[in-house]
Design a protein around this ligand. Structure first.
Ligand code: BES
Ligand code: MN
Ligand code: MN
Length: 457
């Protein structure tokens, strides 16, 4: 089975892996910004070439926007098939000022590599590639059939992936799906993520008069789009932290005793949580703990607001337009399309007179929870124990990974969410980082997982 030889390969090549990861991190593959379209293409090419070089049948698949990479090696007849998913695209690095080193010039400090995409998801995704490489370069073969699907539109909630998965359901068919794009519970406390939230994302545009006006001359006589927007946004959530959209909670399953116990049993310190974030108190839906709010309750947040004047000094303007972006995180059984209809009805009912309101509903994804009582799950537990030296905790995450819902819907497969990140990795923020020790432990865990899965059927 060759585990010793594989572990030795991982050790001798640890430095090479780090250098290769840094090369990938130097490519500014920001999917949201069209100016970086050549870079997303280059990142796809990088992933393609790495997979092709280790002997997988690899292709770059064009989509309407950023290409995706598909690779397979189906040379283990009678053995299970494992589909690995990851994303090579990254969030915009802005604002640049708080970065201690440049976002696309990876630097190692205190055992962490700092760069945009270090943890989300280049570093984590790369653990799958290097684990496969270790098998192929030592044993010469993989113990299971593998497929890789690495996309470039995860961070923009791209709609092209669903089309690809739907059209290629037979090609992608698998017994297990594996994603490393989540976090551990804490340093030294690896975790398997058993739940993710869904997402329903909106943009709102509010318009009033046909031009900006003097707020003294016209104020009080003409509706102010910014005031109107504030009213609409404030109506979404009550002071008790509950979403006030009609029907929003209809499908939400309340936590049962065992669900609550699972959260209560996790080694979590409310005080450390507050201290880390520099907040005096936490805030959320009444009646739930912080971990329950983060992992198992739907939420509503505003992400950006614009309109009027926010430059230096005062300007007494009555703006003619205003806008905002906001979203709801969803839990299992909440249907993003139904939520979008409810939010539209809510906004229409709460728009004050005198303004026109346009609501744009961006694509949504459903929340998920996976069954822990499965052979794949038990294999993952063993693989993580073998690599990290401790058994993983089972956690529910507030983040969203839309492909998990797609794999369930189109391939009827539950995903093993084996994340190597840490909560303070600053994903999406300045100074994103990834622990190199976790990087190597992740590679080893995946290498062992392939072996464990080969003994399931
Ligand atoms: N890797 C994250 C999701 C994530 C973050 C999982 C933290 C667990 C912990 C993913 O790349 C991401 O950012 N997802 C977006 C949704 C997407 C549709 C833009 C998110 O959760 O906001
Ligand atoms: Mn990610
Ligand atoms: Mn992300």
């Amino acid at each position: 089975m060759g585990r010793d030889r594989i572990d030795a390969y991982l050790q001798t090549h640890a430095n090479d892996f780090e250098e290769q990861l840094k090369a990938l991190l130097r490519i500014p593959s920001v999917s949201a910004q069209p100016a970086h379209d050549v870079d997303t293409r280059q990142a796809a090419r990088f992933v393609h070439d790495d997979l092709a070089a280790m002997g997988l049948k690899t292709e770059i698949v064009e989509t309407k926007r950023h290409p995706l990479v598909y690779a397979e090696r189906l040379t283990a007849p009678g053995k299970p098939t494992v589909l690995f998913y990851g994303h090579y695209d990254v969030q915009p690095p802005e604002p640049l000022e708080p970065w201690k080193s440049k976002p696309f010039e990876p630097v190692v400090r205190d055992g962490n590599v700092y760069a945009r995409g270090a943890t989300d998801d280049k570093g984590q995704m790369f653990t799958h590639l290097k684990a496969a490489e270790a098998w192929l370069k030592t044993v010469g073969e993989l113990p299971v059939n593998v497929k890789f699907l690495i996309e470039g539109e995860e961070e923009i909630g791209g709609e092209n992936l669903e089309e690809f998965v739907a059209k290629n359901a037979a090609k992608l068919a698998c017994d297990y799906a594996v994603i490393s794009d989540t976090s551990q519970f804490a340093p030294g406390e690896p975790a398997i993520t058993i739940g993710l939230k869904g997402l329903a994302y909106f943009e709102i545009h509010v318009e009033g008069a046909n031009r900006d006006l003097h707020s003294g001359t016209y104020g009080g006589a003409v509706a102010n789009p910014l005031n109107a927007l504030a009213e609409i946004l404030a109506s979404l959530k009550g002071p008790d932290g509950r979403v006030r959209v009609n029907g929003f909670y209809d499908a939400v399953r309340d936590l049962d005793d065992s669900g609550r116990k699972a959260f209560a049993d996790l080694p979590f310190s409310e005080e450390e949580f507050r201290a880390d974030l520099g907040v005096r108190e936490t805030f959320g839906e009444a009646g739930y703990t912080t971990l329950e709010r983060k992992g198992a309750r739907p939420t509503c947040d505003v992400h950006g607001l614009w309109g009027g004047y926010s430059g230096d000094g005062p300007k007494t303007v009555l703006p003619c337009k205003a806008g905002a972006k906001f979203s709801f995180r969803l839990v299992p059984d909440q249907d993003p399309a139904a939520i979008a209809r409810q939010v539209r009805a809510h906004v229409e009912a709460h728009a004050p007179p005198g303004v026109t309101v346009e609501l744009i509903s961006h694509m949504g994804s459903p929340g998920i929870v996976v069954d822990v009582d499965s052979p794949g799950f038990r294999a993952a537990v063993k693989a993580i124990e073998a690599s990290f030296g401790v058994a993983p905790l089972f956690i529910r995450e507030g983040g969203s990974i839309p492909v998990v819902g797609l794999l369930k819907k189109h391939l009827n497969v539950d995903t093993l969410l084996l994340g190597w990140g840490q909560n303070d990795d600053n994903l999406h923020g300045p100074n994103e980082k990834f622990s190199l020790a976790d990087f190597h432990r992740g590679i080893k865990a995946i290498a062992h997982l392939l072996d464990e899965l080969s003994r399931t059927s």
